[in-house]
Design a binder for this molecule. Sequence first.
Ligand code: SF4
Length: 705
Amino acid sequence: PAVVAAAPAGTKTHCPYCGLQCAMKISGNGAADAEVAPRQFPTNKGGLCQKGWTAAEVLRNPNRLTTPLVRRDGVLTPTTWDDALDVVASGFARARREHGADAVGIFGGGGLTNEKAYQLGKFARVALGTSNIDYNGRFCMSSAAAAGIKSFGLDRGLPFPLADIGFARAIVILGGNVAETMPPMVGHLMTAARAGGLVVADPRRTATVERAVADGGVHLQLAPGTDMLLALGMAHIAVTEGYADLDYIADRTSGFDDFWRVAGQWWPERAERVTGVPVAAMRRTVALLAASRDNGTGAYILTARGAEQHSTGTDTVSAVIGLSLLLGLCGRKGSGYGCITGQGNGQGGREHGQKADQLPGYRKIADPAARAHVAKVWGIDPDDLPGPGQSAYELLESLGRPGGPKMLMVHGANLAVSAPRAGHIVDRLASLDMLVVNDFLLSETAAMADVVLPVLQWAEEEGTMTSLEGRVLRRRQAVPVAEGARSELEVLSELAIRLGQPAERFPTDPRVVFDELRRASAGGPADYTGVTYERLDNDEAIHWPCPEVGHPGTPRMFLQRFATDDGRAKFVAVDHHGPTEPVDAEFPLVCTTGRVLTHYQSGAQTRHVKALADAAGPMFVEVNTDTAERLGIADGAQVLMTSRRGSATAAARCVDSLRPDTVFLPFHYAGDQRANLLTNPALDPTSRMPEFKACAVRLEALEAV
Ligand code: SF4
């Protein structure tokens, strides 16, 4: 069976939310009295944030969906599973018959278990034969993934254990506010912080910045969308002021001359003029990194969404990697570059085939050898495998249009809130012949759907997740399944059977699915062959790649060679080009978005937890005090924010911690408070990442306070 009938006491599992995947234990007899407690684990070191502590509240949410819903006469109406599945399967069949296989689309999520992500990709390509599958990780860390593949030949968010950075005396974070998004991670920053070696690049003076500067660290308060230039300016300092590791560059890298031809033009004073970061702060940052490298006390550079969610995100991370390579940090114990992956299974979610351009094992779908390998595991002809599909935003933008999908099935995503240019995407979703949403709460996207399938949530299911450090973790069932809900593996199996697939091709037991995933990944960049449930249940720490059962896994990558053809890390030559949408007289402020301490992603879960919602308070916009005064906006007043794509409202929060040219919006709120009503869907040409982090807006007071 896919799930066990009763809840074992004190079940060891991991948090349902972010990529830190804090270890926890769930006790109690069921959802009603389930209690969460933290466990000691290398990533969370016995800590949980408030989201983790309150995670059991989601299990007993009174609005939990347990009955399938089908829209009839305009109203979502309870029905049986058989009826709902028949409606979905006949919808798929009709769309395919009338418009071809690509007339159906699948949208996945970075919170799905490895097993579900794998099975979703297989379902799309084998049962539906569509190329139109992508997932919300495209909106998360895809730029860092693309840049990592370019330079290192392989992308694993952190190519070293997170605990390694706990020893470092110099850590630079570009565009990450872990003190609010992943509070237990701050424990790993404290050696650097106490040594005055924590540096944070952010337009806002965030909680993470406060932690850095409290002990003499550095705040690089750059203009939104200028991270690339900041990295190039620091690269210039590294080379011209004697901090570059010339032996490392000669021995372990390629492409320096091309990189330098561009970076050499960005002398620090020129970079200061655009970024707003003083040369002295850049110089201090480079000196801190080089000193810790030289005396062996550890030096790391990390990026997160603030640097990555731009139409130049891939090039930005390439510039940051270039700086890391100049300093000789990568592929060495005690130093490196890494990306702080955000979503719960943001790492595993990009490895198992729910991406438009990839097959399981992090293989390229256009690669004939990869297609042959995976087709053999799936028991199909490689020629029957569809080719690369559209990226997430392009897929959503094409919904209902000629040649685009007429039907979409969504798993683990709340697109009506989280997609860029959200008002437009809601229109595209509404244009579909059929929208199907798998969820356990009626998210804003589920509320629009024609069919809602009530599926299991984290502590009701078995599976595996892969954390931000590439370590595979067991998610375990800790409470009985809510009566009426089904696992997504069952949903996919039932639909596949209705579409004419043999039942054995779509098993429902996560253990069986994982064993197939291991075979499909064999020989690929993300090789899980040696990872088994038995080893994970014995608490073995296994980081992929792990090519055979006797293999210890690979906590630190690239120590001997990088995964490129010649084994060298590649410098990628990039040049600064700012946000797609410059400010002007009509839209004079830069809007950037992010998270707050007690909400997660679209807020679909955390807005239902009273303690979290109360702590977060209502939607707000941070605006510099001087800017607010100039615009006649009082602290606490309702404000209308308008971009070229739409308007949203929020209460003004007047602060001195933000640049005067910038406003900040959290993106967890719904209705007319959606930050993404404003955001710009301009795409990065490589990763297809939308430009969430910089768009031009104007603010108007709606009321006086
Ligand atoms: Fe840990 Fe993230 Fe869960 Fe907070 S939300 S407890 S940081 S995994």
